[in-house]
Write a protein that binds this ligand. Structure first.
Ligand code: KG4
Ligand code: ZN
Length: 338
């Protein structure tokens, strides 16, 4: 089969990312300009700042991705771009530049759902992974349990009813003074703490075994901190971090395993920023070994937002002949197609 080169573009949140992917699974370049330092000042992503920064960065990042891959725009076969969900102004930058290149080079334009990108990150380093499989997507904006029926075709089993897992990490980190983004900081501090020191709730949603709810856990942590302060008790931040992390990990592992067993799946994958958490990966790997199912996760660089995952997702859509028109728009609350 002829080699196919896809340019992937991702700008849904605070990373301006562009990648060149060959045949869906070979990443020739994966350039990410992170804005984390800018947003740290404000304790979270400021949409207007994110959007403006994407405009400043996008052309440079595209040039760098092409250069690192050793290709030019003429060599490309298609353009994949995240068109939702995310910050509308941020998404628009990626979508506009993708449309411009697609129009100028007469290339197919392929709009990608951000979550489909996180799922597809698993294909990059696992040549044996093919649908069907179960996937838990755990990021700052989403916590979803889905069956990947085929490339680009999903059955959504459950999602979060309130906060996403990553959002809970970020909020708890802020409450104990760790700053943004909270996930990696909680993970590091947890290594010095006792995960059994404080018993935080493991919430399951009644009559919805595949749904998640993290706001009760977040409130339990905030209440614990308040009670300690009122009683003038010293707070061991490492114990709080470790106990909170353990509660999130337990819920994520339990829920994924319920889904895997109910639907008799033989493979489980995870994706999204929280999937880079070592404690989670270890717990998930152990549970999968017990259940005799294969467990997949992407390297950390492909867990957090990147464009290689968008290039990979777009390749499989390209093979199916999916093409969007030049009227493709950013859709901030885009739903995952089932
Ligand atoms: O996938 P992602 O880069 O962006 C979204 O699509 O939301 O995920 C970012 C989220 C943030 O909430 C961040 O705190 C969390 O992933 N995260 C982690 C870790 N690394 C990133 N959470 C727990 N442990 C980590 N090591
Ligand atoms: Zn993401």
């Amino acid at each position: 089969m002829q080699d196919r080169l896809i340019l992937g573009i991702e700008s849904s949140c605070d990373e301006t990312a562009v990648a060149v992917v060959m045949n869906g699974r070979r990443v020739l370049s994966n350039v990410i300009a992170s804005q984390i330092d800018l947003h740290t000042l404000y304790g979270g992503v400021v949409p207007e700042i994110a959007s403006r920064k994407h405009i400043e960065k996008i052309n440079q990042v595209i040039e760098e991705a092409l250069k690192q891959a050793g290709v030019t725009l003429e060599d490309l076969d298609g353009i994949g771009v995240t068109y939702g969900p995310g910050i509308v102004g941020a998404l628009l930058v990626g979508v506009s530049v993708a449309k411009a290149i697609a129009y100028a080079r007469k290339l197919p334009l392929i709009g990608i759902h951000h979550i489909e990108g996180h799922v597809s990150a698993n294909y990059i380093e696992h040549s044996d992974l093919e649908p069907p499989f179960m996937c838990e997507i755990i990021s700052g904006g989403h916590t979803d349990l889905v069956i990947v029926k085929d490339y680009g075709s999903f059955k959504i089993l459950g999602r979060t009813r309130d906060d996403a897992a990553g959002e809970a990490f970020d909020k708890v980190a802020r409450a104990i003074g760790l700053g943004y983004p909270g996930g990696p900081k909680i993970e590091v501090l947890s290594r010095e703490g006792n995960p059994a020191a404080i018993v935080f709730p493991r919430a399951h949603v009644k009559d919805a075994p595949y749904d998640f709810s993290f706001s009760g856990l977040k409130s339990a942590v905030l209440n614990y901190l308040n009670q300690c302060r009122m009683a003038q008790k010293t707070i061991c931040k490492a114990d709080v971090a470790a106990s909170f992390q353990q509660a999130v990990v337990d819920v994520l592992v339990d829920t994924a395993l319920i889904g895997v067993n109910d639907y008799h799946m033989m493979k489980l994958a995870i994706g999204g920023g929280v999937a880079s958490n070592q404690k989670l990966r270890k717990a998930m790997a152990e549970a999968c070994e017990r259940e005799k199912i294969k467990f997949y996760y992407p390297s950390s660089v492909f867990c957090t937002d990147n464009a290689a995952m968008i290039g990979t997702a777009a390749y499989y859509k390209f093979l199916k002949g999916t093409k969007h028109g030049l009227d493709l728009n950013a859709v901030p609350n885009l739903k995952l197609e089932e």
